[in-house]
Design a protein around this ligand. Structure first.
Ligand code: ZN
Length: 157
């Protein structure tokens, strides 16, 4: 799923637990749970092949990723600008995005065994190994519903 969905869901789940000791690992684990749902996302082919194509060709994809991440952060800050728990919610949201960051590190190096094992696990958790097997409609609906439920939940925290 896209990063802003992971970010908002991780913040909502972590915040709901009201206990950082539980919230931090659960926010991280929420990434894999969401990725197991059918979803589609924008292409980041040049990021996935950055070690071959180089940084200059991946710039547009990296901007998409950065915009996506910061969109989740901005929505959270706009929702709860005065919340005392905002720093924790941002941390939960950040942790929920970490698995994709680990995949990015793999795309850069391709030689680290731990990162390779993580990427294989990360890919295996997806319901469809080939993302195109999920229709755009279904792939977007799950993400829209996740964002709506996360935003509603965050608003009543
Ligand atoms: Zn992922």
């Amino acid at each position: 799923m896209i990063l802003s969905v992971h970010f908002l869901f991780g913040a909502a789940v972590g915040g709901a637990l009201n206990n950082p000791t539980l919230g931090l690992p659960i926010a991280l684990a929420s990434h894999y749970m969401l990725d197991s749902l059918p979803h589609r996302e924008y292409s980041i082919d040049n990021v996935e092949n950055i070690s071959v194509v180089g940084w200059h060709k991946a710039v547009i994809d990296l901007f998409k990723v950065a915009f996506d991440f910061f969109a989740g952060l901005v929505v959270l800050i706009l929702l709860l600008p005065n919340s005392a728990s905002l720093p924790w919610l941002i941390l939960f949201g950040f942790l929920a995005c970490v698995p994709d960051g680990l995949s990015f590190l793999h795309f850069l190096t391709k030689k680290n065994n731990l990162l390779t094992k993580h990427l294989n696990f990360h890919k295996r958790i997806h319901i469809h190994q080939v993302k195109e097997e999920t229709s755009w409609g279904l792939g977007i609906i799950f993400q829209v519903l996740t964002v709506i439920s996360s935003v509603v939940f965050l608003a009543i925290l």
